[in-house]
Design a protein. Structure first.
Length: 117
């Protein structure tokens, strides 16, 4: 089972940017998804990238603002988040999947993103 570790969370002002990282040895054998869970809401899918990076998808709410990428040499997947909005505030998790259609085989511990002035 993968030990996924997220990093890069924090507090940012509306309109700002952050980059999340998800790292694990062996990550290059999986599609990786980013998910988020806001207080009182269910966890939702944000973006996913296929094992070799040739295919990506995004939730409508983040299209044009977030970009997912991966570096399989570094065993790391990134989520570049631009033009952040208060409604992006949530705990963000990465998950290892065999395909971007799920299910998730391993979860990271999560990292908090707070968008506030």
């Amino acid at each position: 089972q993968l030990q996924l570790v997220e990093s890069g969370g924090g507090l940012v002002q509306p309109g700002g940017s952050l980059r999340l990282s998800c790292a694990a040895s062996g990550l290059d054998y999986y599609a990786i998804g980013w998910f988020r869970q806001a207080p009182g809401k269910e966890r939702e899918g944000v973006s996913c990238i296929s094992m070799r990076g040739g295919s990506t998808n995004y939730a409508d709410s983040v299209k044009g603002r977030f970009t997912i990428s991966r570096d399989n040499v570094k065993n790391t997947v990134y989520l570049q988040m631009n033009s952040l909005k208060p409604e992006d505030t949530a705990v963000y998790y990465c998950g290892a999947e065999y395909y971007c259609t799920g299910p998730v085989a391993s979860w990271g511990q999560g990292t908090q993103i707070t968008v506030s002035s």
